[in-house]
Write a protein that binds this ligand. Structure first.
Ligand SMILES: Cc1cc2nc3c(=O)[nH]c(=O)nc-3n(C[C@H](O)[C@H](O)[C@H](O)COP(=O)(O)OP(=O)(O)OC[C@H]3O[C@@H](n4cnc5c(N)ncnc54)[C@H](O)[C@@H]3O)c2cc1C
Length: 470
């Protein structure tokens, strides 16, 4: 065998797995393969404001199959806001495999790694009197508050931590192959034997870990289906990114940093707030050519804006005969891309309620200055399904009791934002495939997690199982 462990994907699943392995057994031969670039080479003209939208759309060029925003060392979270949520209440479904206590101990291990490599000591406390007051208003209006201790790394600090982790792994003789795609796994007698890299290069290993993230989830399911692995998935989350003034959000920003609420609408849908960015910026996310709204914020206050943004997502669960929820979300988002000529739509809440499009003039007259200048004023009512849009409106009206002012005419909505649920292969409690021995699937790509903390925890869980053999 060329390696003891090959890890496909250098996101939190991959690098936390490698750290745990190497800390316990320095002699292990480990290879990490990622189709994106190493951390210092990851850059995007959109991120640097050199281009106003993804080059694929404006110039006909394409960074695909490897978009530097979401691929490469650090994975999708590299340019993220880096909110490290210490909780089992959200961020993934590891509780379907292991106990909540075990999840917390794995998350805390990852948190310690981040601290060792330079993360801030500051962490939010979700059990203060102020938070209880916010919760009281929420419960009274049908909103449930989810709690977490949040360590906000910030995009700038996150990159710094990732650079240090990368150098550490290199110093421990972990091998890396960047800018090469894993195309297949080698399987003999239902046991994994290695991977096939693009260009038909075979690399053998005793164990293979697939931590390919949401970007790699289609690759993972298509490839494993060829090896007769069975999958489940019936859900997708679709919605908008809301942008309002920091003043409207000040209590939540101050006492919680991120207010996570869930709400059951009169239509039977569930809406949740997600990924809140105080003093943040709305950004574009390129998901395999589909342009989506997202958001981030910097730890450095000098780089902050006057606005807070967060996502409002409606969960859509499908039943027979439909079985492709991710494609449904991509089709909805593509409609917004088409109407905005390859970007995302921005609309004032007041315009949405009046059933009219936002025009550049109406946005200009608004009190909230959009932080995503490239978003095209338009009408979300033309692309979001009725059930989705009316659920979002209901949630905004409910939130108005907790954060008075959020339902004012000037609040901006960017669409479409979507969170894809990766199809999940059949896995053991240590995330080993029940159909292919020594093959492990973790993180967002395997439908196991949805966030930095649980993704990292899934990598450590896998490492612990592999270490049992050594
Ligand atoms: C803009 C943005 C902001 C976010 N903010 C937060 C936040 O504040 N807090 C939070 O908890 N979460 C946040 N997230 C989510 C978080 O980043 C992910 O949950 C996390 O990165 C998932 O980790 P992962 O290891 O499963 O996969 P990823 O981080 O996606 O890494 C997967 C890696 O696999 C590689 N890959 C895929 N397919 C292949 C292949 N075939 N061959 C080789 N390599 C491959 C990709 O290039 C990628 O680098 C954010 C995400 C985005 C996009």
């Amino acid at each position: 065998m060329d390696y003891d462990v090959i890890i496909v994907g250098a996101g939190p699943t991959g690098y936390m797995c490698a750290i745990k392995l190497i800390e316990k057994r320095e002699d292990l031969r480990i290879l990490i393969v990622d189709r994106g670039k190493s951390i210092e080479k990851r850059t995007c003209p959109v991120l640097n404001h050199q281009l106003s939208a993804c080059p694929k759309n404006k110039n006909g060029q394409s960074c695909l199959p490897s978009c530097s925003m979401t691929c490469g060392f650090g994975g999708a979270g590299a340019f993220s806001d880096g909110k490290f949520n210490i909780t089992t209440q959200f961020g993934g479904w590891l509780d379907e495999f292991i106990t909540k206590e075990k999840i917390l101990s794995l998350i805390k291990y990852c948190d310690q790694i981040n601290l060792r490599f330079g993360a801030t000591e500051t962490i939010t406390d979700p059990y203060t009197d102020e938070v209880r007051k916010i919760e009281q208003k929420a419960i009274g209006n049908g909103l449930m508050l989810l709690r977490a201790n949040v360590r906000h790394l910030g995009t700038d600090q996150n990159l710094h931590i990732l650079s240090k982790i990368y150098s550490y792994l290199v110093s421990k003789h972990v091998d890396f192959i960047f800018e090469k795609q894993c195309e297949d796994i080698i399987v003999e007698n239902n046991e994994v034997k290695g991977i096939l890299l693009e260009g038909d290069k075979k690399i053998t290993a005793k164990n293979v870990v697939l931590g390919v993230g949401r970007e790699g989830s289609s690759f993972l399911s298509n490839m494993l289906k060829r090896h007769n692995v069975t999958f489940t998935n019936n859900q997708v989350d679709i919605g908008v990114r809301v942008e309002t003034s920091n003043i409207v959000m000040q209590d939540i920003n101050k006492y919680l940093y991120e207010g996570k609420f869930i709400y059951s609408t009169s239509q039977g849908t569930t809406v949740r707030t997600f990924c809140s960015n105080p003093s943040g910026h709305v950004v574009i996310e390129n998901d395999d050519g589909v342009i989506l709204a997202n958001g981030h914020s910097y730890a450095d206050p000098n780089l902050g804006s006057e606005n807070t943004n967060f996502a409002l997502l409606v969960s859509h669960k499908f039943s027979e005969p439909f079985s492709d929820p991710n494609q449904f979300a991509k089709d909805v988002a593509s409609l917004a891309n088409r109407l905005s000529c390859g970007s995302v739509i921005v609309q004032k809440y007041g315009d949405l309620k009046r059933g009219r499009r936002s025009t550049p003039e109406r946005i200009k007259k608004g009190f909230i200055r959009p932080t995503l200048k490239e978003a095209v004023p338009g009408d979300l009512g033309l692309c979001l399904p009725y059930k989705n849009l009316s659920s979002i409106i209901e949630m905004i009206e409910a939130l108005n009791y907790v954060t008075p002012g959020i339902a004012n005419d000037h609040t901006l909505l960017y669409g479409v934002e979507a969170k894809f649920f990766s199809a999940r292969p059949k896995l053991s409690s240590s995330l080993e495939s029940l159909e292919i021995k020594n093959l492990y699937c973790g993180g967002d790509g395997a439908g196991v997690t949805r966030g930095l903390a649980q993704a990292g925890a899934s990598g450590v869980l896998i490492a612990d199982k592999i270490l049992e053999e050594y």
